[in-house]
Design a protein around this ligand. Structure first.
Ligand code: SF4
Length: 460
């Protein structure tokens, strides 16, 4: 899933004609083909998608070469291969432990194991994650005991990422490139909004195994999961690099490179660290983990975390979803939606966010809108309509803006809470679905169902 600041308009049934801009939301879109005007009072809105991928230009520097990805799609039914690197990643750097890979209780235990008091763990935690310090080295740990700092510099590593460069889009969205200990590259997006709501869109994997057909990241295949430390450090870097320029980073979306719930262990841990009230202290409602629909992992996440969930839906029939999101061949729409219906009964005041990337002639018909209303019945939810962000090699075209608005109006009249998300950062391939850069081996594009060939070939 991916990044950039986004503008959303919330539409209520009773206010279909006069939309009010309620909030600027930070996910990830871009839509170069739509004339997205970021000035608020416009009659027609725009959007953004849910995941990020990197773009071709995004990675001139990213050309450095991830190892060849494992196969993305099984030879059999086309379902993504979810095996392979479960639990992989780097939890330590040589003989040093990575402190950002620890929950607070783990840090406290480790500090005690080194012969120091638990109180020093708290002081360390606050300097790594708060007090406008966001320490990346022992030298920045002002006020800590000298021996304790010496021990940390010898046995621990505070930083999990190496900063490479920032690419700034014309709309203020920034894409940050980081290199990992093993030389791989990831991308993180900062989406500033003028209402003080600044979002960081973090990656959870190098590449992605899901092979969603509309996503540039999906072309990469999966190289490996990120560790919890590598995920958390993206949020820390966002504070360090941009706090003075844009103010506090208020929201986190796991919509960058990767399917977060494919790396659920590290994602749950990273989210726990991010919401700790003595550290980064993000509100759980402002930490959103997006998924393409891994049902067992989704259930687990809803049980174990209070953070928010977004589901990348993007189709109203299994026929279309099987094609554009192969994970649907394993977990059908009915199974995914029934799971949400049942699990959300046990949550108070909790809404899932459905993301719906509008693809011309594929999922944007009047019938799709009607079916979508029926599909989400009984699920406390909001729906984000996102304009498709074209990228090289893509067969899809964005739905025209006026048609998106019609689609939105149908949903609103049907009682849905709908947002139109404005794409951000597309000129730097920082928008939704544009992150990353495929290597020499790309994930396969799937056969286009005959009934959609004409729509894909049609000029808009
Ligand atoms: S391939 Fe699918 S799951 Fe993976 S990053 Fe892209 S949209 Fe998200």
């Amino acid at each position: 899933m991916e990044m950039g600041c986004m503008w959303m308009r919330r539409v209520r049934t009773s206010a279909v004609a006069s939309f009010s801009l309620l909030s600027l939301h930070p996910p990830i879109p871009s839509s170069s083909s739509l004339s997205l005007n970021p000035s608020p009072p416009r009659s027609l809105p725009l959007f953004l998608p849910n995941r990020r991928s990197a773009s071709a230009s995004a990675s001139a520097s990213a050309s450095s070469s991830p190892p060849p990805p494992p196969p993305l799609v099984s030879a059999g039914d086309g379902c993504p291969d979810l095996g392979g690197c479960e639990g992989s990643g780097i939890a330590a750097r040589g003989p040093k432990v990575l402190l950002k890979g620890m929950r607070y209780a783990e840090l406290e235990k480790w500090v005690q194991s080194q012969g120091y008091r638990p109180g020093q763990a708290l002081m360390l935690w606050k300097r790594m994650y708060g007090n406008a310090i966001w320490a990346h080295s022992a030298e920045e740990l002002h006020g800590l005991n000298k021996d304790f700092k010496k021990m940390l510099s010898e046995r621990a590593e505070l930083r999990a990422l190496s900063f490479k460069e920032i690419r700034a889009a014309a709309d203020g969205t920034k894409k940050i490139l980081f290199s990992l200990e093993d030389g791989l590259l990831i991308e993180t997006v900062i989406i500033p909004c003028d209402r003080g709501r600044n979002t960081v869109c973090v990656s959870s994997q190098v590449g992605c195994a899901m092979n969603c057909q509309f996503c540039f990241t999906g072309r990469m295949g999966l190289t490996r999961h990120l560790t919890a430390a590598e995920i958390v450090d993206q949020a820390v870097f966002a504070h360090r690099l941009f706090h003075d320029e844009v103010g506090s980073i208020t929201n986190v979306v796991f919509m960058g490179m990767g399917e977060p719930l494919h790396n659920i262990e590290n994602v749950i841990k990273a989210a726990d660290i991010m919401v700790h009230d003595q550290g980064l202290h993000f509100s759980p409602r402002r930490v959103t983990v997006s998924t393409s629909g891994l049902v067992p992992q989704l259930k687990r996440f809803l049980h174990e975390s209070n953070c928010s969930v977004a589901v990348s839906l993007n189709a109203t029939t299994d026929e279309v979803r099987n094609w554009i999101m192969p994970i649907n061949r394993k977990y059908k729409l009915s199974v995914l939606l029934q799971t949400l219906r049942e699990e959300l009964r046990h949550k108070n005041n909790y809404k899932v966010l459905f993301e719906y990337v509008m693809l011309a002639g594929v999922n944007d018909s009047f019938e799709d809108a009607k079916r979508l209303i029926d599909l989400v019945q009984g699920i406390p939810c909001k729906i984000n309509l996102i304009s498709f962000n074209p990228h090289s090699g893509s067969k899809f075209k964005p739905t025209p803006e006026e048609k998106i608005v019609e689609f939105r109006n149908i949903l609103a009249e049907g009682g849905c809470i709908v947002f139109l998300r404005l794409s951000r950062g597309d000129d730097q391939m920082a928008a939704c679905g544009q992150l990353g850069k495929p290597g020499a081996r790309e994930a396969p594009l799937l056969r286009v169902p005959p009934q959609f060939e004409m729509a894909l070939n049609a000029a808009i």
